[in-house]
Every structure is written in structure tokens, then in C-alpha cells.
Design a protein around this ligand. Structure first.
Ligand code: PGA
Length: 248
């Protein structure tokens, strides 16, 4: 089955012309391109196969919120996915309470949410204990981030994607092992099912993925795709990852 390859460009590239050039090369089925806000409109115009995503979203529909962008604005622009709760935003002060509101507002507006969760540090020691601590952390995070939804009745079909992104693996070159990522993905599935009755969702892995390790993650049945940062602004590397996603 084709896997989902999401390219989060973060605060890159520096001009609309470069963004459009990059989008043209990455415009393939099974891909979600996530450019910075100012380039969304121009990128949307050139996409024929890929979907468009936004790196963040606000939780109110309109009003006196300087600097914010509403889910409805994004939806009208042709955006399909919104990343919510990326660790780089949490680090700047975004709270779980805000994230819960963003999840609800986005799904209400018909956007698909890519909710990012992940433990901040790698505990050293026995593997089972490390993963046990990470699971405890994720459980707490999801309790808070999904409290606005309660259960799958509030979700439109397939509108939630959870990205397991251990923070220590983001942009560091140190990825989680594919076995650990698959175990965490399985855990997420089990937890959302039993706690929130959410069954219909994908789990992605993110954190230092590249063409060399993509296949080992995408080969796992628990992992439905990748959330790619750094490698997504490298045409050659991302192109190779798209090909791997297609045949995985
Ligand atoms: P990375 O970023 O691929 O550069 O580690 C992943 C992410 O931030 O989603």
C-alpha cells in the first residue's frame, strides 16, 4: 500500500519562486507539501497530484487575533492538512490546551490534523524501561491534546493522523530504531482505540528520516508514512523518499 510522505519545509525556502520550483518537483501522489504560510497560495496553484498542508493553525474562526490564521481560511485556500503541536511550536510556548483547541477547530473546519507527539529525551538503560517511559509520556500528552475530541464520533472519517516524533530525533541525525518506532505506533493505536474509541487514523514516524533509512520505517506495517523535515527541502533526497513510499 502506498505510504504518505509529508514534507514539512519549516521556515524554508526564502522566496516564492524557490517554493514554486520545489513544489513542482515534489508534486507526486501520496505526498503532502507543507510550505510556510506566505507560499501556500502559490504552491497550491502548481500542485496536480500532491496535497497541501499548513504548518500551524489557530483555533478561532475569526476576530481580533493578530498574526493568527484560521482553519477556515486555510480550507478555503485549498489546504487539506494542518500540522498541530509540532515540538518546535511547543518549545515556543504552545500549550496542550491550545493544541486541543486547534485539533477540534481544524477537524470541525474539515481539515485533516497531523498531531505531533513525542517524548523529549531518550532515557538510557534497559530498552523496555525506555519505551515504557516514552509510552507514559505519550499517554499524558494525548490525554491533554485530544480531550477536545473525546471519541471518534467527533471525527470525520480519517481526519486524524498522529505523528510519532521523538524530540531527540528531530533534526539531530539520530533517528529512533524502526522497531521502536513500530512498537510506539502500535501502542498509539491501542491507546487511542481503548481510551478515545478512535480506530480510523494513521500513524506516521518523524525524526531524522532520509533516503537511507526511509525503507526501514516504511516497511513496518504499523507505520503509515513519514513526516520529513530537513530532507524535504532537498529535491534529490525527497524524490528518493517519495519513490520508496510508493513501493513500500
Ligand atoms: P527532521 O524533522 O526530519 O529534520 O528531523 C522532522 C520534523 O520536524 O517533523
Amino acid at each position: 500500500m502506498r505510504k504518505l510522505i509529508v514534507g514539512n519545509w519549516k521556515m524554508n525556502p526564502q522566496s516564492e519562486a524557490e517554493a514554486v520550483r520545489l513544489a513542482r518537483t515534489e508534486d507526486k501522489e501520496g505526498v503532502v507539501i507543507v510550505p510556510p504560510f506566505p507560499f501556500l497560495g502559490a504552491v497550491k496553484k502548481v500542485l496536480k497530484h500532491a496535497s497541501l498542508g499548513a504548518q500551524d493553525v489557530f483555533f478561532e474562526k475569526k476576530g481580533a487575533y493578530t498574526g493568527e490564521v484560521s482553519p477556515i481560511m486555510l480550507k478555503k485556500l485549498g489546504v487539506t492538512y494542518a500540522i498541530v503541536g509540532h515540538s518546535e511550536r511547543r518549545r515556543l510556548g504552545e500549550s496542550d490546551e491550545m493544541i486541543a483547541k486547534k485539533v477540534k477547530a481544524s477537524t470541525d473546519a474539515g481539515l485533516k490534523v497531523i498531531l505531533c507527539v513525542g517524548e523529549s529525551k531518550r532515557e538510557s538503560g534497559i530498552k523496555n524501561k525506555e519505551l515504557g517511559n516514552a509510552k507514559r509520556y505519550l499517554r499524558k500528552q494525548l490525554e491533554m491534546d485530544l480531550r477536545s475530541i473525546h471519541n471518534s464520533r467527533f471525527l470525520i472519517h480519517n481526519s486524524l493522523i498522529v505523528a510519532y516524533e521523538p524530540i531527540w530525533a528531530i533534526g539531530t541525525g539520530k533517528n529512533a530504531s524502526p522497531d521502536d518506532a513500530a512498537e510506539m505506533a502500535g501502542f498509539l493505536r491501542q491507546f487511542l482505540d481503548s481510551r478515545f474509541q478512535i480506530h480510523d487514523f494513521k500513524v506516521l514516524y518523524g525524526g531524522s528520516t532520509n533516503p537511507r533509512n526511509a525503507e526501514s520505517f516504511l516497511g513496518k506495517k504499523e507505520i503509515a508514512g513519514l513526516l520529513v523535515g530537513g530532507a524535504s527541502i532537498n529535491k534529490k533526497e525527497f524524490g528518493e523518499m517519495i519513490k520508496i513510499g510508493k513501493s513500500a
